[in-house]
Design a protein around this ligand. Structure first.
Ligand code: UDP
Length: 234
């Protein structure tokens, strides 16, 4: 096994599947199935989930809303996704705990690092909801921060693209994929892996990132087993 403790980052948009908004049940079940495969292998799994399928503060601001207000709404959106994912995981008999960066004691534990680590050691999947709890950040930043705090071996960024390319492969047919790239080369080439705050946090704390296609069943297991899947940034 290449990685013993991972932080899996899933975007909110990925949960939409082929829908235009909200949560696609088939997609979330497919994700839960992949997560179960690695839990069964004994990998410790923490998850940060986005909220872009429901609400984003930046877009709300463009519509005239106060940014801070919109960002808090975005953080609440991540909790809706986190609860949906929790339910999908539990439907597959996976033990889970949801911890929120904004206190919501009826539905989630507060974020307590030591408790999160304890859950992981006991084989529970820990979902971190509500991002960092602060406006002007993203769930990518939350993923970097939590991964460093719990001493994860890696951040696995599950997307619909199978890695990092020289250009956007959905727009440029000549785009070439990297199997491996350094943090410095990502900066030098101006590639978009995560937002800069999140990315810099990973670089400064020597936390590798793997960007891979989460929509292909079995890929998550292949990444944790060390197969060449996606792009490794280190
Ligand atoms: N957000 C925030 N602080 C955080 C994490 C998220 O304010 O620490 C808000 C922000 O408005 C963001 C929204 O929550 O747009 C949803 O998160 P994100 O856009 O990162 O989700 P994703 O793109 O992964 O679906």
């Amino acid at each position: 096994m290449q990685y013993k403790r991972i932080l899996l980052k899933l975007s909110g948009e990925a949960l939409m599947g082929d829908k235009q908004f909200g949560i696609d049940n088939d997609r979330i079940t497919q994700y839960a199935t992949q997560i179960k495969e690695i839990v069964d292998l004994g990998v410790e799994v923490a998850i940060v989930i986005g909220g872009g399928n429901i609400f984003r503060g930046v877009q709300a601001e463009q519509g005239g809303m106060d940014r801070t207000h919109g960002d808090y709404m975005g953080m609440l959106a991540t909790m809706i996704n986190a609860m949906a994912l929790q339910s999908a995981l539990e439907a597959q008999d996976i033990k889970t705990r949801l911890q929120s960066a904004i206190e919501m004691k009826e539905i989630a534990e507060p974020y307590i690092r030591r408790k999160a680590v304890r859950h992981l050691e006991k084989g529970r999947v820990v979902i971190f909801g509500a991002g960092t709890g602060n406006p002007f950040f993203t769930t990518d930043s939350a993923a970097s921060l939590r991964a460093i705090e719990i001493e994860a071996d890696v951040i696995l960024k599950g997307t619909r693209v199978d890695g990092i390319y020289t250009a956007d492969p959905e727009k440029d047919a000549n785009a070439e994929k990297f199997d491996n790239i350094s943090f410095d080369d990502v900066y030098a080439k101006g590639l978009n892996v995560m937002d800069m705050t999140a990315f810099t946090l990973c670089k400064e704390n020597d936390l590798p990132i793997v960007v891979f296609d989460m929509n292909t069943p079995g890929n998550l297991r292949r990444v944790v087993e060390g197969d060449q899947v996606g792009t490794l940034v280190n």
